[in-house]
Design a protein around this ligand. Structure first.
Ligand code: 5AD
Ligand code: SF4
Length: 467
């Protein structure tokens, strides 16, 4: 039996948190920590928190209550468990967390996770440690590049953070306060991390940033590179098959980025472009810095460059002052664009943001009713998009075994999962699959020719919901 120390990381919220959790695990692996999926057997438990919506702080404290009970049990068995809080609630609450939940020994903000080893070591001496000072450049320079020998396989599709923080200050959003100013990572560092992931078998990367299309990192020639420059360089790497990016702001959809969708085959035809609202009055109150017409023009320009592109978006319903007419404008915008999928949220006041103190808060009942109406429309659009795929063939990048024996699952360029019956050896490669039907929300496919053009085989497949 190994006596390695164990770390359990529970992540809430966005992909950036998922990424940060991976990087904390990588860094701690160098100190001999092995990851475990079970909190009860861990020596170190990290809650990687999210502050973007709804009762985030309450959720963290109730989770901490549960962990304290578990820690007491562990102690009775002679084991010490250390509890750490990371992520955006850590940033927002700081030492308040230790005051309210003394069982927490470490509070670390999202900009400081590269120091996790040193902070854990300090907390292990018994000192309660709080590190929430912004130091994003340090983080990007010092984050451990995952080494194949210390990290487990990252699967076929992985995230790489290229930009963090935000200077847009939408009036509903905490990100500029918790993740700080917009900062970009250097191209060199991004390439190093990508190469390391590719060596572990990764074949698709999603470039992450709160405002990813505002990317302006130091390029290989010493000048600042934009997101399309970075994508073009990454596309030159033969082992990398697919490139995606999220989340984009409409204001930063430059001509060069739109042209990249036309010119770079490896850049997938899928664009997550949050609009939040379809009403100009609300967009202005939100400080979104774009109008409804401007958003629609961008959609049109992107579609012209890449006619098959699929759009996805984020919507907030019930922003303060939103009237029935404003909400109708949102529905009308969604009808005009025809999204492939969307995330829909009820507005939730975030402490410290300008919208939280606006007087005309919308009632909970109206928010709920509007959310349902918008969701029904988006679901119908998603279904129409999926139905339109039936009978067509797609390049599918196979990522993992499916639910049923003999099955594997991959994704179309438009991010839809497709299960097929095919050999496991296809995992990690792109193969042509025909979509035969749609059951529930799932496409059902069969291979028509594999990546190496081996003999044509036909496998039937059964539906399987999103894993
Ligand atoms: N209330 C509801 N939704 C929010 N989002 C951000 N802040 C809030 C809030 N206060 C949503 C936005 C954003 C997504 C990541 O979360 O739609 O694009
Ligand atoms: Fe938040 Fe707006 Fe920045 Fe997106 S663009 S992270 S919604 S402030």
């Amino acid at each position: 039996m190994s006596d390695a120390r164990k770390v359990h990381i529970k992540s809430f919220g966005c992909q950036m948190n998922v990424y940060d959790a991976r990087r904390m695990a990588d860094t701690l692996a160098r100190d001999g920590y092995v990851e475990t999926g079970r909190a009860d057997e861990a020596d170190l438990i990290i809650l990687n928190t999210c502050h973007i919506r709804e009762k985030a702080v309450e959720k963290v404290y109730s989770e901490l209550g549960r962990l304290r009970a578990m820690g007491t049990e562990a102690k009775a068995q002679g084991r010490e468990q250390m509890i750490a809080v990371a992520g955006c609630v850590a940033q927002a609450e700081g030492k308040e967390i230790i005051r309210c939940a003394p069982s927490v020994r470490l509070v670390v903000g999202p900009q400081n996770i590269h120091r996790i080893s040193e902070l854990v070591a300090r907390a292990n001496t018994g000192e309660a440690v709080v590190d929430t000072e912004f130091a994003v450049e340090d983080k990007f320079e010092q984050l451990a590049t995952p080494k194949p020998e210390v990290t487990r396989s990252r699967g076929i599709s992985a995230f790489v953070t290229v930009q963090e923080g935000c200077d847009k200050f939408c009036t509903f959003c905490v990100v500029p306060y918790t993740r700080g100013n917009e900062t970009s990572r250097s191209v060199q560092r991004i390439l190093e991390e990508t190469e390391s992931l590719l060596a572990q078998g990764v074949r698709e990367i999603t470039l992450l940033g709160q405002n990813v299309n505002a990317y302006h990192g130091r390029g290989l020639d010493g000048r600042d590179w934009t997101l399309p420059d970075l994508i073009a360089r990454l596309a030159e790497i033969p082992e990398l098959y697919r490139i995606r990016y999220m989340t984009s702001h409409p204001r930063d959809m430059t001509d060069a980025l739109i042209e990249a969708h036309r010119d770079i085959d490896k850049l997938m035809p899928f664009l997550h472009l949050p609009v939040q609202s379809g009403s100009d009055r609300i967009l202005s109150e939100m400080n979104r810095k774009h109008t409804r017409a401007e958003y629609l023009q961008i959609v049109e320009r992107v579609r012209k460059a890449r006619p098959d592109i699929a759009f996805s978006s984020d919507f907030i319903v019930g922003f303060p002052g939103e009237t029935e007419q404003d909400f109708e404008d949102t529905l009308a915008l969604a009808r005009e664009v025809q999204f492939a999928q969307c995330f829909t949220f009820k507005y939730s006041p975030r402490p410290g943001t300008p919208a939280a103190v606006l007087s005309e808060q919308v009632s909970e009942e109206s928010k709920t009713a509007r959310l349902y109406r918008l969701q029904a429309l988006i679901e119908a659009q998603q279904r129409a998009f999926n139905l339109a795929c039936v009978g067509r063939e797609f390049d599918v990048l196979f990522e993992k075994p499916g639910r049923h024996p003999g099955q594997i699952v991959g994704r179309t360029p438009y991010l839809q999962p497709v299960p097929v019956y095919a050999p496991q050896s296809l995992i990690g490669s792109v193969a042509r699959a025909r979509v035969n039907e749609l059951t529930g929300y799932s496409l059902v496919g069969e291979i028509v020719a594999d990546a190496d053009s081996q003999s044509r085989q036909s496998f039937t497949a059964e539906a399987s919901a999103f894993a």
